[in-house]
Design a protein around this ligand. Structure first.
Ligand SMILES: NC(=O)c1ccc[n+]([C@@H]2O[C@H](COP(=O)([O-])OP(=O)(O)OC[C@H]3O[C@@H](n4cnc5c(N)ncnc54)[C@H](O)[C@@H]3O)[C@@H](O)[C@H]2O)c1
Ligand SMILES: O=C(O)C[C@H](O)C(=O)O
Length: 379
């Protein structure tokens, strides 16, 4: 299939044909369109940077970033500011967000940037927002697990999701804050308590695992990076991150040793960055890139694109676990379908790894659920 237009970019500076990439089967590719659309967007901007009104395109969605002054929040805000689909970009943080917004607002891209800080302004930040992205929280230092962040980040996520429930219950909610395996169940419980839980609109952001898998596989097998797509399932911590290398597109064969080495590298990639940063935090730039891709995919789905696929940690019936990361089809109402075919015909290695990850993932999910409900009882 030759795919050569995106609705929202059709009128972009009079140019058509944004992602002119050849697809044998678009449905078998994950995120390729978003990546291509974003890349083309940047190319267009670069080509037209002298024309002040070059980027007046359909821009109608409101995006809020909670934790916008942080290591992820700032580059993510910049990337979202580049999106032709965004009309309003709301930046919220408990500190230093005014300067970030002032700085960003000078970019001559269509969206209006506003800053919000403190509890009093959170409601205004969230009003009428279509997509809320939450990277608020503390990052790991060397020697820590993501679960070690639970005590601080669980409360942060709970408070922020309560505000989302009160002010924009219909928004897509993207949660980046770790431990994702627990913060998504916390968010689900909070939304249930508020009577506004829509499982189709709550997403744990696992896009970085896919981005890493694609990069490492392309490097290892000397493939053109833009073509590579590896679904990553399970959760977002250690062995719960399970790349399905047997489902790599384009089809490629791996030795047992390659499968093992790549799987372990993808599972430990977050730790690789934490150690390299030596106490200065965890992945921020690659995470911002991955989160921007997930935002762009969500906006395309909201805009009516009927062919948007990403991996995400969502409520799921794919396994016996209540939440599970897998490929999903995104639509205007959120998760339109959970793609079950990826779990069929797994290799023995993948089957074993899938069974091994379940106890840890179940424990993290239950920990989140218990936290949200305990807080309610004692509140
Ligand atoms: N899902 C993933 O793949 C992934 C990848 C990388 C990092 N993370 C996680 O993302 C989180 C943020 O990482 P970072 O590097 O940006 O950290 P950071 O410390 O640089 O930034 C966090 C920001 O959150 C803000 N914040 C704290 N409490 C807040 C509150 N109640 N309301 C609003 N803002 C608040 C802080 O002021 C800060 O600006 C961490 O938990 C990290 O583990 C997840
Ligand atoms: O590793 C971390 O703590 C941050 C994030 O979850 C990552 O995968 O990079």
């Amino acid at each position: 299939m030759n795919f050569n237009s995106r609705n929202h970019l059709k009128d972009f500076n009079g140019l058509k044909a944004v992602a002119s990439v050849n697809y044998d089967s678009r449905s078998s590719f994950l995120g390729k369109e978003s990546t291509a659309a974003l890349q083309q967007c940047f190319i267009r901007r670069a080509q037209n940077h002298t024309a002040p009104n070059a980027f007046q395109v359909q821009a109608s969605f409101k995006v809020a970033i909670l934790g916008a002054a942080g290591g992820i929040g700032q580059p993510l805000a910049l990337l979202v500011k580049m999106s032709p689909l965004v009309s309003d970009l709301h930046l919220y943080d408990i500190a230093n967000v005014k300067g970030v917004a002032a700085d960003l607002s000078h970019c001559n891209t269509p969206s209006r940037v506003r800053d919000f800080t403190g509890n009093d302004e959170l409601a205004n930040c969230l009003k009428d927002v279509d997509v809320v992205v939450i990277p608020a929280g503390v990052p790991r230092k060397p020697g820590m697990t993501r679960d070690d962040l639970f005590n601080i980040n669980a409360s942060i996520v709970k408070t922020l999701v309560e505000a989302v429930a009160d002010n924009c219950p219909d928004a897509f909610i993207h949660i980046i804050s770790n431990p994702v395996n627990s913060t998504i169940p916390i968010a689900a419980e909070v939304l249930k308590q508020k009577g506004v839980y829509n499982p189709k609109k709550l997403f744990g952001v696992t896009t970085l695992d896919v981005v890493r898998a694609n990069t490492f596989v392309a490097q290892k097998k000397n493939l053109k990076l833009i073509d590579v797509d590896v679904p990553v399932i399970g959760g977002h911590a250690g062995i719960t991150i399970l790349p399905l290398l047997s489902k790599t597109k384009p089809s490629v064969t791996f030795t047992d040793e390659e499968v093992h080495d790549l799987t372990v590298r993808i599972q430990n990639a977050g730790t690789e960055v934490v150690e390299a940063k030596a106490g200065a935090g965890s992945a921020t730039l690659s995470m911002a890139y991955a989160a921007a891709r997930f935002v762009e995919s969500s906006l395309r789905a909201l805009d009516g694109d009927s062919d948007v696929y990403e991996c995400s940690f969502v409520q799921s019936e794919l396994t016996d676990l209540p939440f599970f990361a897998s490929r999903i089809k995104l639509g205007k109402q959120g998760v339109e379908a959970v793609i079950s075919s990826d779990l069929q015909g797994l290799t023995e290695y993948e089957e074993k790894a899938l069974e091994s990850l379940k106890p840890e993932l179940r424990g993290s999910i239950e920990k989140g659920v218990a936290f949200a409900n305990k807080q309610t009882v004692t509140a």
